[in-house]
Design a protein around this ligand. Structure first.
Ligand code: ZN
Length: 117
């Protein structure tokens, strides 16, 4: 994949993620205000459990979106350095199909498989 295309894909992906982060942020904000609202008496509060579940879901999402943004930023840095599309582990080329599906991929499919097993 040429670096201009990669740059466009990654920039678009980053913009999506930033929007996502803003959504998660407002979820966190409403979960936070629900949490601090009223008493800490979760046991007798039917809303309590739901609120904590929402909270942990939202914080989990937040971390996931942030780490994806990090991944995209690292990929953009590789585009600038001219080594985008090369596996950071074995230095083989990452296939276009994989890069189209996961523009921020830093590993070729075989390294990704090896590391996930
Ligand atoms: Zn590799």
């Amino acid at each position: 994949m040429d670096h201009t295309t990669a740059n466009e894909l990654l920039t678009a992906r980053r913009a999506e993620l930033v929007l996502e982060l803003e959504r998660v942020d407002s979820d966190l904000e409403s979960a936070r205000s629900a949490k601090t609202d009223g008493t800490d008496d979760d046991e007798h509060d039917p809303e309590g459990a739901t609120t904590s579940a929402q909270w942990s879901h939202a914080t989990g999402m937040w971390r996931s979106v942030l780490s994806q943004i990090d991944e995209v930023d690292l990929a953009l840095a590789r585009v600038r350095q001219g080594n985008y599309g090369t596996c950071i582990r074995c230095s083989r080329a990452i296939t276009d199909g994989r890069l189209e599906a996961r523009p921020a991929a830093a590993l070729c499919i075989s390294c990704a498989r090896e590391l996930s097993t």
